[in-house]
Design a protein. Structure first.
Length: 372
């Protein structure tokens, strides 16, 4: 209400906030129920569980994954049904995936499928998105009771720099065993909410889960043990094979061990953070170029120098992601250069740096004494 008397009044209000900011938006595909109102192959943005029930049917696999993500603190999910009332064929999934590929806002991809062939094709879909400069990574999981050998075989079949295979299954807070698709969704939710790419989420505790999948003896399906007097680390075996395993938490529940892509040809992508950093650097440079209207400027030395200075500043702000390299003058930097094409129609921005790796091992080398 307005008044003539000059005065500052407090109109502050406080309300509950049920979700966190989303750094990497999520797109998920799967099967809807016939009762759901959503059309097949048409993406829908979902922000509330009730919307998932209405659009896809409360008992559908797609609604289950979407509601699971919302319950993990994800504020919004772009969901698309690939089939209605029946399990989608690979062709139907690929039709839906092609739509998500072309969305530049989607960065994380999920599916309700636990089939290896579908995972291979979903990883290909993320590679396709990269062809049009859309940077996407998919998280997938297998059926419960999938052995270490079969998981490593699946990772070898996927073999993508844009895919993460999460295992094993997990027990939710009600004690219900969930498949690898839900384990993948749980990890994807944490990755999507994490804006600090220098944090690789190693040993992150996943709240509201009671345990990882157990074997017939009641022990975790994968663990560190001694067999025939020899130590066996199932987690290291899986990681070397391209799988990102979860473990029983130190204080109960479930923890991440280490997140990597399924690409194992060399060690360049043995940490998911590397993939995300490389993608985000491109996106940040692209957004800076577009946001400062360089595509509308003349190809002059002054404008090229402005662009160079801006990229140098951007990279310096991200020095915890990418380290500068030694320069001939003895200083360190990113070797940023902006050069024009011969016809003046384009410029090329180049820079160099070393992507920061996360700490994987800490060796405690104690030197102790005792009086004798």
């Amino acid at each position: 209400m307005s008044q003539l008397y000059p005065e500052v009044k407090d109109a502050t209000s406080l309300g509950p906030r049920f979700s966190q900011e989303l750094f990497l938006p999520i797109g998920v595909e799967g099967e809807k129920a016939a009762i759901g109102s959503a059309a097949v192959a048409v993406p829908v943005k979902i922000t509330r569980p009730s919307e998932a029930d209405t659009q896809f049917g409360a008992a559908s696999p797609l609604a289950a994954i979407v509601k699971f993500l919302l319950g993990r603190g994800v504020p919004e999910v772009t969901a698309i049904a690939s089939a209605s009332g029946a399990a989608p064929t690979l062709v139907q999934r690929q039709t839906a995936w092609a739509i998500l590929e072309s969305d530049p806002d989607i960065r994380v991809r999920l599916t309700d499928s636990i089939a290896q062939a579908d995972h291979v094709a979903l990883a290909d879909s993320c590679e396709n998105a990269d062809l049009i400069q859309n940077k996407q990574v998919c998280f997938v999981g297998m059926a419960t009771a999938t052995s270490s050998a079969n998981l490593i075989t699946a990772a070898g079949a996927i073999a993508s720099k844009r895919a993460v295979l999460v295992a094993p299954g997990i027990y939710d807070e009600a004690g219900t065993l969930r498949s690898g698709a839900f384990a993948a969704a749980a990890v994807a939710a944490e990755v999507a909410k994490n804006a600090d790419l220098s944090d690789d989420l190693d040993t992150l505790s996943l709240a509201a889960f009671t345990d990882v999948e157990r074997d017939a003896s009641g022990y975790p399906l994968f663990r560190i043990k001694v067999t025939g007097g020899v130590p066996v680390n199932d987690f290291e075996t899986l990681l070397v094979g391209g799988v990102s395993p979860l473990r029983r938490g130190r204080n109960g529940g479930v923890e991440v061990t280490h997140l990597r892509t399924t690409y194992t040809v060399d060690s360049t992508m043995d940490a998911l953070m590397t993939r995300l950093i490389v993608d985000q650097l491109f996106i940040d440079v692209r957004d800076y170029v577009e946001g400062n209207n360089f595509l509308r400027r003349g190809n002059t030395l002054a404008n090229r120098n402005d662009l160079k200075a801006g990229v140098e500043a951007l990279l310096s702000e991200r020095s915890n992601w990418i380290k500068p390299l030694p320069q001939p003058d003895g200083d360190s930097g990113y070797f940023v250069a902006v050069t024009s094409s011969a016809d003046g129609r384009s410029v090329t921005v180049t820079y160099k740096g070393e992507v920061v790796r996360g700490i994987q091992t800490i060796l405690v080398d104690a030197q102790l004494q005792i009086a004798v």
